[in-house]
Every structure is written in C-alpha cells, then in structure tokens.
Design a protein around this ligand. Structure first.
Ligand code: TXA
Ligand code: MG
Length: 341
C-alpha cells in the first residue's frame, strides 16, 4: 500500500509519519529542488537494496546520499578536502553533489560497490525536514523507473511507483527540473561527472578550472565515471532526434522533417523553444535555460502519452543550464543528432 501525503506546505505532524517509514527501512518518495527522490535510510543495506529493486536499477549504479547539516558529511566521507568546504559554504543547500572517499559505515550497496560516496544537501524544506526528523542520511536516486525521465511532480512518481513503495510526499512541482550537478572531488582538479542544476561556470568561479568528463558531452561509454551516465536514460517510448545549429535553420529543418515523416504515416511530436510547428503534438519548453530545464522531463512524459512515434527536439547552446539540458536530451535521443552548419 502506498500512502500519498499532500504537503504543499511543510507539516511536521505529517512529516513524522514519513520519517518513521525511513527509520523502519521503508521507501519514501519526496520532492527536492531538482527532481523527486526515492529515499531510504542510506546506512540500511536492506532498505537500500529495495530502492534498486523498485527502480529496476543496475546494482553498479550508485546512489546519492542526502544530508541536512554539513556535520553529517563527517559520518559518511573519509576525507573532506578544502574544495568541499568552500563549495558547500557557497552552494549548499543546493543542486550540487560531491563524490568523496567513503567511510566504512556506508554500505557498498549504496555506492554501487565503489569506495567513494556521492553526497548532497538539497535545498527543499520538505527534503531537509525529512532528513532531520528521521535522523538519518537518506539515499535517493531520482524517483523514476530506471530508463524513464526523472519525475518533476508527485504525479510522475505515482505513475511509476503507486502500490510499490510505502509513501509518496506530494510537495508540488520541483523548481529546477534537472538533477544535481555531480562533481568528483577525489582528484585535482575536480572533475564534472554529470552536468546539472548548478552550472559549471558557477563552480569554476569558486574553485577554478574543473575538468569535464568526456561522457558529459559525448557518447555513453563503459568508462563513464558516474556509472549512471553509461546507461541509456531519460528515454521516452518514441524515438527522439535532436536538431542542432542556428535557430532559424533548425526550425526550417524540423518543419521539413515533420512533413516528411507525417507523409510516411508517422505520428510526430516536437519539443521546441518557440516557433510554430504543424506537428501531431507540440510542447513549447520556454525560452530561458531555466524554463527549458524545468519543463524538459515533463515534456518527455507528456509526449509519451500522446503516442507519437518520433520526437524532434530543438537543441540549445551548451552553456549554463544548457549543458545539463543537452546532456539529458542527447541521452533521451540515444545520441541521434542532426548537426546543421
Ligand atoms: O538531483 C539529484 O541529484 C537527484 C535528487 C533526488 O537528489 N538524484 C539523482 O540521483 O539524480 P540518481 O541516482 O538518479 O543519479 C545519481 C548520479 C548517477 O549518475 C550516479 O552514477 C552518480 O550520481 N553517482 C552516485 N554515486 C557516485 C559515485 N560514488 N561516484 C561517481 N558517480 C556517482
Ligand atoms: Mg536518475
């Protein structure tokens, strides 16, 4: 049975119910500022194993551990470099995850067998309160079935997990819409493993140059350091094709492709940042990087419901949040892109 707790406003009494589930080793989906997480006590091996089962997640893909106070980090990470302190000071709570050497107490199920642990402090009152009241660090991957787009509302979590987890906290739509930025602090300079809700440029202003792992922009590889990056992800049922280049050319090309594919009898969807398209289903993601990031996963889920066969997506510039947006889009597309000069 799944209890859905409506919490558009923080409610301590209701929160104690959810916190008790965490302490009992059960699964609680909760909102964060990025996407919804599927949470369990990070140090409870059996509970964490249930997260992997519920999601159908490969066991070598480690989870992010969520904390509510910087002090909690000392209980999870063996070494805390100066950069972690400086970055936490500036960006926590927020959409930034550190990879650090793990302490023995962190079970290897949680870290996918690695000797490092990923940790972040989310900037969401409900998430922080769940961590504090339960008195636990909470391991939480995005609350979607493995391979589906990450959930940005409780409805998405209900679609994927109703009847399969103990509790879903409905805190409304998430603010940022893409997952946290993951940065490896075990090497120097630090390495960006996954672009996300905190732009790389902001991090570099604080700690100087950050290396970008090749998997961030390019093809998924077996050597991807954030193991999650190697799996085809965020994939809707329809085939996705990203069209990149100068805006006007992209729009003309997509218009041509729509005609061509509809003539062949396909149902065609489009995800764009404006313009007019004569497609079977059309989602306007918005103009700013922030709007586009916020609407991206919802759009992929909506287009799936429209039963389109193919989706053409306008590419955007890979700067600011655009780096995360394009990383997710290219993955959804299985790296099918049309690059226009
Ligand atoms: O915003 C977010 O980060 C959301 C919310 C719920 O906090 N969580 C999330 O978790 O996106 P998940 O599991 O969907 O993605 C975690 C990513 C994966 O790519 C995983 O491989 C990587 O972080 N990761 C986790 N632990 C790692 C480690 N020790 N070393 C390298 N990569 C790690
Ligand atoms: Mg995920």
């Amino acid at each position: 049975m799944t209890i859905v707790i409506n919490m558009r406003e923080l409610d301590e009494r209701k929160m104690r119910i959810a916190a008790r589930f965490i302490r009992e080793g059960k699964l609680v989906a909760f909102p964060t500022e990025t996407v919804y997480g599927l949470g369990a006590d990070a140090l409870n091996e059996a509970a964490v194993r249930r997260i992997f089962e519920a999601k159908g997640r490969p066991p070598d893909n480690p989870l992010i551990v969520h904390i509510a106070d910087f002090e909690q980090l000392y209980g999870l990470a063996e070494e805390i470099p100066e950069e972690a302190k400086i970055l936490a000071e500036k960006f926590w709570p927020g959409p930034l995850t550190f990879v650090l050497p793990k302490r023995e107490v962190v079970p290897s199920v949680t870290t996918g067998g690695l000797d490092t642990v990923a940790v972040r402090m989310p900037a969401d009152e409900i998430a922080l309160s769940l961590i504090r009241i339960s008195g636990r660090a909470i391991a939480a991957p995005s609350a979607n079935i493995s391979g589906k787009p990450s959930p940005t509302s409780a409805g998405h979590v209900v679609d994927d997990f109703y009847g399969r987890i103990e509790c879903i906290i409905d805190g409304g739509e998430t603010e940022i819409g893409v997952e946290s930025t993951v940065i490896d602090l075990t090497s120097s300079p630090p390495v960006l493993l996954r672009p996300g809700g905190l732009p790389l440029e902001e991090i570099e202003k604080v700690v100087g140059r950050v290396e970008i792992h090749p998997a961030v922009r390019g093809h998924a590889t077996d050597t991807a350091k954030a193991p999650g990056m190697k799996y085809r992800h965020y994939a809707p049922n329809a085939r996705v094709v990203v069209v990149e280049g100068r805006r006007e050319r992209v729009r003309r090309k997509i218009a041509e492709l729509i005609e061509e594919y509809r003539r062949k009898g396909f149902r065609v969807g489009v995800m764009a940042t404006g313009g007019f398209y004569d497609a079977d289903a059309y989602v306007n993601l918005g103009k700013s990087e922030e709007e586009i990031a916020k609407n991206l996963f919802k759009a992929l889920r909506e287009l799936d419901k429209e039963n389109v066969d193919i989706i053409f997506a306008e590419g955007i510039e890979e700067k600011g949040l655009g780096l995360a947006v394009m990383n997710r889009l290219k993955k959804a597309a299985g790296y099918r892109t049309i690059m226009l000069k």
